[in-house]
Design a protein around this ligand. Structure first.
Ligand SMILES: *Cc1c(COP(=O)(O)O)cnc(C)c1O
Length: 465
């Protein structure tokens, strides 16, 4: 391929860039599906959200900062709720959990999934009625279960025989009969475009379908006078683009559902297919719209139920990343820029920003890909193959592994990374004693902090000597 002149740098991009990453015609262009609805680059070259420039946001709130397009998040919630009309959509709070966001999800018609006392506390502080909550997790403590039962949360998803016994004894003691779903390990592990369907899936969650444990567990819950069996639950993976894995898991779940319906006295109502619907992080990812996903999941369940000779149960799903992920970008300031020569004629531009693996661990943890743009201006410079890295003392402290940025990217530029709403702030750490960034929400052209920036004083307060 042609070798671009990029200032003083020569980029033998062909040998360094991953195959999916094309050299952009316009390094300033924003690929719409990677960015929240109300983000655009205006004529002056500056990226704006709801009319607010990133420069103004950075000046008012500092960097790094997570910037949430709240109108976009709400629109996504509505789109999923409408597409799954007649089913229940639970926002998976673990993706990103704050009062304002949980409240917004509920206002747009969703329920909320939590999996710890901490997430539950946020939901309660947000004023969410406990009946709208699902409670998951493979190791809920007796205290957590007691609180969930006392509050009468909508559903508790039991993950082990130990939990079933605990729920029964707490329910008996309190005189409350909670709604319990049984988490089924369906033997399907799905990720992106591939899935593995086996009898046994070697992981910690749920009761094995193949071993008969799921059947046994559901039978025990149904037989207990201290619990209602509300239904069956599964969750097969993350960042799934292809509904064929759901087809396999739904078929297996429906067969168990049908068998149990015949044998138990009080029939179950719910079938929960979990979350994991894919979102776009880079140009490689192009998810289906929720209406299409709803149509294919509905059809799969209907077909299986017809084959099993039962009526269709009430469906629920638990999207997390697809709702909040694309609604957020992280705004950083560039600190240093360093070309690193790798081979004859090939160099990579290392662009260091003022955050890193403490605000986005996913590249280090999952080898996740992201994209980025210089947001505070447009540039006439040629595209240069860049790697955006953080300020932490780790070579693996990578924010965006491969991206084309303008070759004149310089200290002081603001850099925006889209798609950081899910599992970034919620998995954030204080590594190197870097305080966690704030979350700034923009709604109707107005910006406000919904999660404050952590300070060094916050960190020192815990260090009691
Ligand atoms: C993580 C998780 C989800 C959400 O997954 P996403 O990939 O964010 O959609 C839903 N349900 C359960 C049980 C989970 O563990």
């Amino acid at each position: 391929m042609h070798i671009h002149e990029a200032g003083a740098m020569h980029g033998d991009f062909a040998s360094l860039r991953p195959g999916w990453l094309g050299v952009p015609d316009d390094v300033n262009a924003l690929l719409p599906r990677l960015w929240a609805n109300n983000v655009a680059r205006s004529d002056d070259g500056v990226v704006r959200l709801g009319g607010l420039s990133v420069a103004d946001l950075a000046e008012e709130f500092g960097t790094p900062a997570y910037v949430l397009d709240e109108d976009d998040f709400r629109a996504r919630c509505r789109a999923w709720a409408e597409a799954f009309d007649g089913a229940d959509v639970f926002y998976a709070a673990k993706a990103f959990c704050s009062k304002a966001v949980l409240r917004a999800a509920v206002e747009e018609g969703l329920n909320v999934d939590v999996c710890t006392a901490g997430e539950l506390a946020v939901a309660l502080a947000a004023g969410i009625e406990p009946y709208r909550l699902g409670y998951h997790g493979n190791n809920k403590s007796p205290a957590e279960l007691r609180q969930a039962i006392e509050l009468r949360v909508g559903r508790i998803v039991a993950d082990s025989y130990t939990e079933i016994e605990r729920i029964a004894s707490i329910g008996a003691e309190l005189g409350i009969r909670p709604h319990v779903m049984v988490r089924v390990n369906v033997g399907v592990e799905a990720h992106t475009h591939e899935y593995i369907a086996t009898a046994h899936e070697d992981q910690k969650f749920g009761f094995s379908l193949a071993d008969g444990d799921a059947y046994e567990a559901a039978g025990r819950v149904a037989a207990s006078e201290h619990m209602y069996l509300a239904g069956l639950h599964s969750h097969i993976g993350s960042q799934i683009f292809d509904t064929s894995a759901f087809e396999v898991s739904a078929a297996r779940l429906v067969r168990l559902f049908a068998r149990l319906q015949e044998e138990i006295d009080e029939p179950m109502a719910d079938l929960d297919l979990g979350g994991g619907f894919g979102m776009p992080y880079t140009s490689q990812d192009d998810p289906q719209p929720p209406v299409d996903i709803a149509a294919s999941l509905g059809k799969i369940v209907q077909t299986e139920c017809a084959a099993a000779g039962i009526g269709a149960p009430r469906l629920s799903i638990e999207p997390g990343r697809t709702l909040i992920g694309p609604a957020v970008f992280t705004l950083y300031e560039v600190g240093t820029v360093k070309p690193v020569k790798l081979s004859a004629g090939a160099s990579r531009l290392y662009v260091s920003v003022d955050g890193g693996m403490s605000d986005n661990i996913r590249p280090a943890l999952y080898d996740a890909s992201y994209s980025a743009t210089v947001a505070s201006r447009s540039s006439e410079a040629a595209p240069a193959l860049a790697r955006v890295v953080g300020k932490h003392c780790e070579a693996g402290d990578i924010v965006v592994k491969d991206e084309f940025l303008p070759a004149d990217v310089a200290p002081g530029d603001l850099l925006a990374v889209p798609g950081t709403g899910a599992y970034c702030r919620s998995m954030g750490s204080n590594y190197n004693h870097v305080p966690r960034p704030p979350v700034v929400a923009v709604r109707g052209g107005q910006a406000r902090v919904i999660l404050a920036r952590e300070t060094v004083d916050d960190l020192l307060r815990l260090d009691v000597g």
